[in-house]
Design a protein around this ligand. Structure first.
Ligand code: PLP
Length: 443
């Protein structure tokens, strides 16, 4: 720590001199976009992610020395599952190898079969779609509500057919999909809902955790997510019979009993287990999550306020039922019209020069070639008639999502773990670029 004593006399004098000369310099230079030679609005260092300290090192070291590296021998995974279920308010939790396997297990245990259809949003990470396609089911895309970045609930019903087997909404960016509408449709059409909450740890809908509304809620602890253990995942559910079904499928088709493991094989299964090391990490990271979530929430609220009156910057709206956003992403729409016609890519470049590296987000997944490549395979060809695939293509249109993909800008959750000053500097960067947009256009 830096104390008064550690500042040498010489350093003190220099610091004093800097203070007297700084303002004039700061005003003239700070006002100029960094891309045009000005001083960046932000120093460029946001909190690093993931975070750890001695607690993680100790937990991993203990597991190593115990030689109990599998959940079959140790207690880390069991303990983690109990803690996770408790924190999220669910009856049960199954830890998995990753979020994708939690989604696949859920869909499979709920009876999604080859040849079925699953309702999905196009604005998501590809794993949502892959979980469906790895089960030889057809992802049916429902257009995005551009204001919220979530699946548009007004367009779900029209996408349901007699082959629909499940609805798979994503709580994108940590905000919530419109669960009231989705659950009402699901009930009316007798369809199970699997919540993809891989970006939404501790997010809430009507004061209850995201992930507790569907038949299952699926989470990812992949290193870039809001809770990280390297690769890892979990599903939570109140349906304990479903939980045991998932358990068996995730561990070679073997069920478990109250007293431990039942080594008879009940069904076909894979190995999608979490191991004791990842559970040790996940447990310590879970204990950090509440505090980190509060920091993200406070900073996101402050940043939203700071951006409020900047024309052409439209932060994603939250549905009224979303009582808590997990803020995996701070998502907004950028409108070039308000920036003298400066393109999004030029805006992102200017922003990066200001020390704020932002992303342009997802491209339209429903238009990606991997879909048709997959449908051309012998497996899909034998399950789906030419007519069905042609009909899928006819209906595969998400015009609002196409527009959103051209205007989205994301800031990442580690930025929201910074200070209020970080938020002020982000907003200052936006303003500076807007003020000099015409000049930047020529640069
Ligand atoms: C990360 C993510 C997944 C997949 O999680 P993995 O742990 O990487 O398998 C699924 N859906 C969404 C929305 C995600 O962001």
């Amino acid at each position: 720590m830096r104390t008064l004593k550690s500042i040498t006399r010489r350093g003190f004098v220099t610091a004093g001199a800097a203070i007297t000369t700084a303002p004039a310099f700061a005003i003239s230079r700070n006002d100029t976009p960094a891309l045009l030679g000005g001083t960046p609005a932000h120093p460029g260092r946001f909190p690093v992610w993931p975070v750890f300290d001695r607690r993680e090192e100790q937990a991993l070291g203990e597991t190593l020395r115990s030689r109990k590296w599998l959940r079959v021998n140790g207690q880390n995974v069991n303990r983690f599952e109990q803690a996770y279920a408790q924190v999220f308010g669910a009856k049960g939790c199954l830890a998995t190898s990753n979020g994708t396997s939690a989604l696949m297990l859920s869909l499979k245990a709920l009876g999604v079969c080859p040849g079925d259809e699953v309702i999905v949003p196009p604005y998501t990470f590809i794993a949502t779609i892959n979980a469906v396609m790895m089960l030889y089911a057809l992802p049916v895309f429902v257009d995005t509500d551009r204001e919220t970045f979530q699946m548009d609930p007004r367009k779900i019903e029209a996408a349901i057919t007699d082959r629909t087997a499940a609805i798979l909404p994503v709580h994108l960016g940590g905000s919530a999909a419109d669960l009231d509408s989705i659950l009402a449709i699901a009930e009316r059409r007798h369809l199970p809902v699997v919540e993809d909450a891989c970006q939404a740890h501790l997010g809430e809908w009507r004061n209850r955790k995201l992930g507790t509304y569907g038949a299952t809620g699926c989470f990812s602890f992949q290193a870039t997510k809001n809770m990280a253990c390297g690769e890892g995942g979990a599903l939570i559910t109140d349906d304990l019979a479903l939980l045991e079904k998932c358990f068996a499928i995730h561990s070679h088709g073997r069920a478990r009993t109250i007293s431990g493991y039942d080594f008879t094989y009940r069904t076909a299964g894979a190995n999608l287990r979490m191991d004791e090391f990842h559970a040790a990490l996940a447990s310590t990271q879970l204990s950090r999550l509440p505090h980190q979530s509060e920091t993200r929430e406070q900073n996101a609220a402050y940043l939203t306020k700071l951006l409020h009156d900047i024309p052409g910057i439209l932060p994603a709206r939250m549905y009224g039922g979303c009582t808590r956003n997990a803020w995996h992403l701070f998502m907004l729409r950028y409108q070039p019209e308000a920036f003298a016609g400066l393109s999004r890519s030029a805006f992102l470049k200017a922003l990066a020069a200001e020390g704020v590296v932002a992303s342009s987000g997802y491209s339209p997944l429903n238009l990606e070639p991997f879909l048709k490549n997959t449908f051309a395979g012998r497996d899909f060809q034998s399950l789906f008639s030419k007519e069905r695939l042609a009909r899928w293509e006819e209906r595969n249109s998400c015009p609002e999502n196409d527009k959103l993909c051209l205007e989205a800008v994301w800031l990442t959750h580690n930025m929201l773990l910074g200070t209020r000053t970080d938020m002020e500097q982000i907003a200052a960067a936006f303003r500076k670029i807007q003020m000099h947009a015409a000049q930047l256009l020529k640069a």
